[in-house]
Design a protein around this ligand. Structure first.
Ligand code: FE2
Length: 176
């Protein structure tokens, strides 16, 4: 935030658009593989899948505003490379902290599952490499990424969530 204070606001938009591309890629990856959450608490599982659908719904917003305000492709891709390092670094840091806190960090099973989830051919990192590269193309737009899994999940799981803005009474009724 301090870095952005004096800067042209389009820099912050480019950072947001770049981060949104990561969340959109990861969201689609998770919606295609909900079994990754097998064994998780059901409410957390629903929350993560709903959040994935929500990320896919707004994946174009920051990008479109960046373009509409005349943001350049040069800065867009430059920030994307920087965000790659910051975002993945933060994610790794947080995950290691969580694993340490849960006393799971120094277990063989943890590292085996991490290797499978992150590094297998369709894993979170390797499986999203082409999606990562696509952001660097001059004609990239977030809408080029298929988001049909988001629409489908929201339709199939309508009883599990309450749309934002719904009257409190309706929300309470939905929970019964
Ligand atoms: Fe988002």
């Amino acid at each position: 935030m301090a870095l952005m204070e004096e800067a042209d606001p389009r820099h912050a938009l480019a950072v947001t658009a770049a981060t949104e591309h990561f969340t959109a890629m990861f969201a689609e990856w998770l919606l295609a593989r909900p079994e990754v959450l097998d064994g998780a608490e059901p409410r957390l599982r629903t929350m993560w899948l709903w959040h994935s659908a929500e990320e896919l719904e707004h994946k174009s917003v920051a990008f479109d505003i960046y373009k509409a305000t005349g943001g350049s492709d040069e800065w867009r891709t430059r920030w994307f490379r920087r965000v790659t390092v910051m975002f993945l670094g933060d994610l790794m840091h947080q995950t290691l902290d969580n694993l340490r806190h849960e006393k799971q960090l120094w277990k063989w099973a943890t590292w085996r599952s991490a290797a499978r989830i992150l590094l297998s051919r369709n894993g979170l990192l390797r499986g999203n490499l082409s999606g990562w590269r696509s952001y660097l193309k001059a004609d990239f737009h977030p809408a080029q990424q298929d988001s049909s899994l988001s629409t489908r999940w929201l339709a199939d799981n309508r009883s599990q969530y309450t749309p934002v803005g719904t009257a409190p009474e309706a929300a309470a009724a939905a929970l019964q």
